[in-house]
Structures are given as structure tokens and as C-alpha cells.
Ligand binder design. Structure first.
Ligand SMILES: Cc1cc2nc3c(=O)[nH]c(=O)nc-3n(C[C@H](O)[C@H](O)[C@H](O)COP(=O)(O)OP(=O)(O)OC[C@H]3O[C@@H](n4cnc5c(N)ncnc54)[C@H](O)[C@@H]3O)c2cc1C
Length: 459
């Protein structure tokens, strides 16, 4: 063992219980990656699983003293390599800090540690008649800390917005070990710069979130889902535009293309209509969801839907949602490897985005399945390929890039919710431009002058 590693272990050990420290290289190696494919990852020197804020502070003080990089991690379900280890780093896994500290129905807030799993929080607040809306498809495993790190979205964002809209305040351990509180637990507050918002989506590059105050809403009525089959993605997109233009407020508006539907059927035998080109799922959690579904069903038919099937009850609705939640996992089974994209365009440009993606698939002779948070214009084209075949791998990478270029051309962004991480570093510079990039680097420098927080991500 070299000197630095021995010193690192000794110093960490001095302020941590034995069970919080993992040094066995076989085990630490298993913390190297999140779920993104083809993103570089290094070998961690050590994994720390703190249970208290003081333990996190001890880790950061040690890292600062020895100039060792720190990679914060939640459940590692990320899709951009943002939680990937760098060589010789301390992986700081926050999964053991998983207590819900408070749920206040009067203040409509929850105060949580970062390792709380999204679905666990949702169920807990549900028992108080409350609702925490951000619901990534990975909600049964991903953590609130990771959701804040990536500013994650989900299925119901079309009505309720994304994580950023629900984070009121944070406790953050800074690079040098100091503890900072940002934001508020009040309904309003404008004191100073909005540092809370700055941390949302910062991918662990500015500090370690150790506590979050989250806004809650009253629990809405149970949503009912409608499935509409379309002969083309373009007609489905016309229906989406009409639904939004008419002022409807769906709690979910999701699209699956034919490739995705088939993949889900193959994986889970769900009996989805796999001869259809595009399946639109719309849901309403309004006081009279049946009436809303009827109106939206009529709009779908007017825009070319060949079949419109409202779910009969909550169980049938849940089944349809389950199918959508399985989409990425199902597409991953089609080929040995996948690259999952996350391009978001103004909803009015969605048809062009989807059509352009098909053209890219044809040009590169690849299978590219697509599912989308269509109401948000957020597409997930999934490039499926065989990474053992160098030519196919090259075509996959080029098509992935071309899809991002298309998104920017259409006035969109390279990432709607998965983040930049390692995967889209070069593309961030293109989206921000030189001035934006310089200022963002300046912010990073202010919070992390030694560059030890999640280095190699974002920039
Ligand atoms: C099947 C599947 C479906 C998915 N569906 C969606 C979806 O619908 N919408 C969506 O937005 N995403 C989705 N994702 C992506 C992923 O689940 C989200 O990005 C999620 O927010 C990551 O949470 P995590 O706990 O796994 O965090 P990780 O992947 O471990 O970390 C994510 C980032 O947050 C940082 N981080 C983690 N904890 C902290 C902390 N305490 N302090 C500071 N930084 C921290 C990490 O350094 C990293 O940069 C999906 C992923 C999968 C595998």
C-alpha cells in the first residue's frame, strides 16, 4: 500500500466507526459506476458510508488535507456517469443517511436525509394525505440526494414540475468540511442569492447534501390513465400539441414508440398493442378524471388515433404506467449495449425531434427505440448496439451525438433530466457557450478551489 493510501485510511479511520469504511478493493470496485454505459470510471481508494453529518465533515476535512477527490453517490442509478469514481477517490455513499426527519402537514414540508429512497418518501408522506411529486421511473431505488444532484424529473412533471421546484432548503457540507444551510422552510423567502437552486443539478460538484427541506402538496385524487394508439409519431405529437393548446392539465403525458412497446412486451408480456407505431398514455388526477379522459380521447381520435382505450380502474392504470416505467430497462435488453439519450425540446418541436431521430437511426442503420415524457418535450432515444462490433459502436456514438445536435438545432437542451456527468461534457460547452461556461467554472472554483469534488464531471 502506498503512503498516501495508508495515510488516507488512517485519517478516515480516526473519525469514523469501522463499519462506515470499506477498503477491500473487490468491494470498493463495485462502487465504481452508475448505470450509464460507456462512461469512463476510475478505481476508488476507499468507500465511506457515513451515518451522520459530522462523519461527512470528517471525510471532507480529510480529503481537503490530503487533496484527495471525493465522489458523492446515492443509489448509482444515474444515466450520465455523474456518480462514477475517479482514480484514487473517496466514494462517499450517502445511502445510510436515510432517515425521514420530519413531515409537517401544516407547513407542507418534509425534512429528509439524502439517502431516503424516492418511493419511500412518497409512501410516507402519502400516509399524511400529502404528495411529493417528482417521480423518476427509477423511484423505487433512487435517492433524494441523487434526485437533487441530477435535478431529476419523472412522469408527473408535465403537471407538477421537476425536483428543482420542490427543494426549499439544504444543509450542505462544503469541500473544506464547513456546514452551510441554504434556503428556507417557509412558504416564501428571497434572502440573498438562491444557492439552493444552484445546488440542484450540480452533480455533486459543489458540496455534499446532508439534509433537504422539500415542499409537499396535498395528495391529489388517484389518476386514471388512457392509452391511445397512433399510426405515426407525428400524429401522436399533433394530439399532444392539441391537448396542451386546449388547456388540459394531464398529470402524465407519455409516448412509447413501436420498438419500445415490443421491447416491453418481450420483457414483461404485458400485451401492449405492438403493431401500432406510437402509444400515447395520458392521465388525469382531476376531480372528474373520466370527463377529462373522454375529452382528451376525442382529441386523440380527431388527430388520427386508431384506438382509444381508457383504463377501467386504478389497477389497469397502474399496469399501463408500469409498462412505461419499464421502457428503458426493456430497450436495454434488445442489444448487448445501449446509450440512453435525454434530449428535451419545446413541445411544439417534438414531432420534428422524433422524426429526426428516426432519420438518424436509418442513416446509421441502427435500432433506436424512443420513449418520451412527451408532455414536457423530453425524449429518451435509446441507441441499441453491439459494443463488440467496432463499426457498430462508432455508428452508435455518432448517432448519439447527432441526436443531441438535432435537439440544440430545434431550440432544445442536451439533457432534460439525466444530467451531464461524463457522458455529455463536450456538449455542455456547446450548449452554454464560452461566456456561460467561464462563469460556471468560476462558480465551481468558488465552492471547490482545490477541485476535489467530483472532478471530471460537467466540465
Ligand atoms: C430504469 C431507470 C429509469 C430512470 N428514469 C428516470 C426518470 O424518469 N427521470 C429522471 O430524471 N431520471 C431517471 N433515471 C436516472 C436516475 O435514476 C436519476 O438521475 C436519479 O436522480 C439518480 O439518483 P441516485 O440516487 O441513483 O443518484 P446517483 O446516480 O448515485 O448520483 C447522481 C448524481 O448526484 C450526486 N449526488 C448523489 N447524492 C448526493 C448528495 N447527497 N450530495 C451531493 N451530490 C449527490 C452524484 O455525485 C451524481 O452526480 C432513471 C434511471 C434508470 C436506471
Amino acid at each position: 500500500m502506498d503512503d498516501l493510501l495508508a495515510q488516507l485510511h488512517d485519517r478516515l479511520r480516526a473519525g469514523l466507526p469501522a463499519e462506515a469504511l470499506i477498503t477491500d478493493p473487490d468491494v470498493t470496485a463495485s462502487y465504481a459506476h452508475d448505470m450509464a454505459s460507456f462512461c469512463a470510471a476510475g478505481t476508488p481508494a476507499v468507500v465511506v458510508l457515513p451515518r451522520t453529518v459530522e462523519q461527512v465533515q470528517h471525510v471532507m476535512r480529510t480529503a481537503t488535507a490530503l487533496r484527495v477527490p471525493v465522489v458523492p453517490q446515492g443509489a448509482r442509478t444515474g444515466l450520465s456517469g455523474a456518480a462514477n469514481a475517479s482514480d484514487g477517490c473517496i466514494v462517499l455513499s450517502l445511502t445510510k443517511m436515510d432517515r425521514i426527519l420530519e413531515i409537517s402537514p401544516v407547513d407542507r414540508i418534509a425534512v429528509v436525509e439524502p439517502g431516503v429512497v424516492n418511493a419511500v418518501l412518497s409512501r410516507a408522506v402519502g400516509e399524511h394525505g400529502l404528495y411529493y411529486p417528482p417521480d423518476p421511473s427509477s423511484w423505487e431505488t433512487c435517492t433524494i440526494g441523487g434526485n437533487i444532484g441530477t435535478a431529476s424529473g419523472g412522469l408527473c412533471c408535465v403537471k407538477y414540475g421537476v425536483t428543482a421546484e420542490y427543494v426549499l432548503g439544504l444543509d450542505v457540507v462544503l469541500a473544506d468540511g464547513r456546514l452551510m444551510s441554504t434556503g428556507r422552510r417557509t412558504a416564501k423567502g428571497v434572502a440573498g442569492y438562491d444557492l439552493t437552486r444552484l445546488f440542484v443539478g450540480s452533480e455533486g460538484s459543489l458540496g455534499i447534501v446532508v439534509k433537504a427541506v422539500l415542499a409537499l402538496r396535498p395528495k391529489p385524487p388517484r389518476q386514471l390513465v388512457l392509452a391511445a394508439e397512433f399510426p405515426s409519431a407525428a400524429t401522436a405529437c399533433d394530439a399532444i400539441c392539441a391537448i396542451m393548446e386546449r388547456g388540459h392539465t394531464p398529470s402524465l403525458l407519455e409516448l412509447m414508440d413501436r420498438t419500445t412497446i415490443r421491447a416491453v412486451n418481450q420483457l414483461a408480456h404485458m400485451g401492449l398493442p405492438d403493431t401500432t407505431e406510437a402509444l400515447l398514455l395520458a392521465a388525469f388526477d382531476t376531480p372528474d378524471p373520466t370527463a377529462d379522459l373522454l375529452a382528451v380521447g376525442e382529441l386523440c381520435t380527431a388527430h388520427g388515433a386508431t384506438q382509444v382505450v381508457p383504463a377501467e380502474d386504478a389497477a389497469e392504470s397502474e399496469l399501463l404506467l408500469q409498462a412505461r416505467r419499464l421502457s428503458l430497462t426493456a430497450l436495454e435488453t434488445l442489444k448487448p449495449a445501449t446509450m440512453i439519450d435525454d434530449v428535451c425540446v419545446p413541445r411544439s418541436q417534438l414531432a420534428d425531434m422524433i422524426e429526426g431521430t428516426s432519420a438518424v437511426a436509418e442513416k446509421y442503420d441502427l435500432t433506436i427505440g424512443l420513449c418520451a415524457h412527451a408532455g414536457d418535450g423530453n425524449t429518451h432515444p435509446v441507441v441499441c448496439f453491439d459494443h463488440h462490433d467496432p463499426d457498430e459502436s462508432r455508428r452508435a456514438r455518432e448517432s448519439f451525438d447527432e441526436i443531441m445536435a438535432l435537439g440544440l438545432e430545434l431550440g432544445g437542451t442536451i439533457t432534460g433530466e439525466h444530467g451531464v456527468g461524463v457522458l455529455k461534457k463536450e456538449w455542455l460547452a456547446r450548449e452554454l457557450g464560452p461566456v456561460g461556461l467561464e462563469l460556471q467554472r468560476g462558480i465551481k472554483q468558488t465552492f471547490d478551489p482545490l477541485g476535489i469534488l467530483n472532478p471530471g464531471k460537467l466540465f
